[in-house]
Design a protein around this ligand. Structure first.
Ligand SMILES: [Zn+2]
Ligand SMILES: [Zn+2]
Length: 449
């Protein structure tokens, strides 16, 4: 496992959770590919060579795991490990062990089961009567696989390389360690970074990892916390305004445009300037001037064809907003009277909002919301793209507005690397190094292994 606050001097090996205890699996099927050759290791019996096409079925049986190979022998062991005989195997699209029906979208409404191909070794164990499947593999192979899910087929190499550098730095900075209690560095889902092995692995992602092998961003002799998001909307946000902690020098707000860029709304230090900024389409790297949104799908994974991210609108009728805020905040409102910005960050992202409403008992009340995450969760049925928005109303009867319109900018928390902006920079001919230095000012690129 990775060790926090230690800069490795050789390529580390990662343990990635593929099946977690909360998935409540009691069995898992694995298929052995034509190549490379694999061996099977258990605590209780001798090492055994596997044959191509072997079908392995692991089932929990009285606290141990019984293994049935090709529907024949059954062998028992507390743990199992399958590993390549030769550690220098070739990694390419759909190579490795095929693990069937693993969960993706864990805990979300889009949760589903998919088959994945995994390079490296697999370990199977039991925790609290549930199967746990871990994938052990060198970090560079892991990085190829995770950057693949962040991009489409036509990504410029500089974009892929910059994305790989920040994914590597993020992993090695090892800020979160959400699964350390069960011996895993990361899981396979959006909770950490989406990892589906070599299932969708592209040649571009392989090249991106090879061309940046071992390179990370450093600041003050520490690997940088390289956070990222989809679109800043023209300006990134500073760390302390979003994560409420001490400022971090390389995670400060930057205008996502060339140094000479100017705009009459800047800096965004009043409601007027924020409105001017959001109602305009400034020519930042992530703007639709540089990357037309209809073409985003060619470059990025996880975007909608019809999506509007740089500038967007949501209209809620009085009835809709009342129902939404009652549901999200449990306030028993009869009507929403006003949504008032109280505090914003440098990018226009709201970090404090006041909602005035008429209570069902007739009196007027207010509620305050802090934290951009809470604000985004509250003002959308699922999750609002960003908290950088201004509020328009359509007048109704007396003091009760007919509708509220949220006009917003960007997608995500806004701290660190702007993915669509990085894509825009690469399309304009900037290198991976230019891109990472733009988003993490004051950091230094270094090859550590
Ligand atoms: Zn996780
Ligand atoms: Zn941007």
């Amino acid at each position: 496992m990775l060790k926090p606050n230690i800069i490795p001097d050789k390529e580390p090996v990662l343990y990635v959770g593929i099946v977690l205890p909360e998935d409540r699996f009691t069995n898992i099927d694995i298929e052995v590919p034509d190549s490379p050759l694999y061996k099977l290791i258990s605590g209780e019996s001798e090492e055994k060579r596997l044959q191509k096409g072997d079908r392995l079925e692991f089932v929990i049986n009285h606290g141990a795991i019984s293994l049935v190979i090709n529907e024949q022998q059954s062998i028992e062991s507390a743990t199992w490990r399958i590993e390549p005989v030769d550690s220098k195997y070739i990694v390419a699209n759909k190579t490795g062990l095929k693990v069937k029906g693993v969960i993706t979208g864990r805990g979300f409404h889009w949760v589903k089961n998919i088959d994945v191909y995994l390079p490296g070794a697999i370990e199977i164990s039991v925790i609290d009567s549930n199967l746990v499947v871990a994938n052990e593999l060198p970090i560079e192979q892991y990085l190829m696989c995770v950057t693949t899910s962040e991009m489409g087929a036509e990504c410029p190499p500089a974009f892929v390389e910059s994305q790989t550098i920040i994914a590597r730095s993020w992993m090695l900075a090892n800020i979160e360690m959400k699964h350390a209690n069960i011996g895993l560095d990361v899981c396979n889902d959006d909770c950490c970074q989406r990892y589906q092995g070599t299932t969708f692995l592209s040649d571009e992602a392989i090249r991106g990892a090879l061309n940046t092998y071992g390179k990370v961003l450093l600041c003050d002799d520490k690997i940088c916390d390289t956070r990222y998001f989809k679109s800043c909307g023209g300006i990134t946000e500073s760390f302390e305004n979003v994560f409420g902690d001490e400022p971090i020098s390389y995670l400060k707000s930057v205008v996502d445009a060339p140094g000479q860029f100017q705009h009459e709304a800047l800096p965004l230090d009043s409601e007027d300037s924020v409105r001017k900024w959001i109602e305009d389409t400034p020519e930042s790297y992530c703007s639709t001037h540089v990357v037309p949104e209809s073409e985003l799908i060619k470059y990025l994974g996880n975007v909608d064809v019809e999506g509007e991210y740089f500038r967007w609108n949501f209209r809620y009728t009085q009835k809709e907003i009342t129902a939404l805020l009652n549901l999200k905040m449990d306030i028993d409102a009869a009507a929403i009277l006003a949504i008032r910005p109280v505090k914003r960050g440098y990018s226009g992202r709201l970090i404090k909002v006041q909602v005035d409403y008429r209570h069902i008992d007739g009196q007027q009340e207010s509620v305050i919301m802090e934290d951009q995450y809470v604000i985004r969760q509250t003002f959308h049925e699922l999750f609002l793209y960003s908290s950088a928005f201004v509020i328009d109303i359509e007048k109704g009867i007396e003091d009760i507005p007919e509708a509220f319109i949220l006009k917003g900018a960007g997608w995500g928390h806004g701290v660190g690397y702007c993915q669509i902006g990085a894509l825009g920079m690469s399309l304009k001919g900037f290198t991976a190094e230019d891109i990472v230095y733009h988003y993490y000012p004051g950091s230094k690129l270094k090859k550590i292994y």
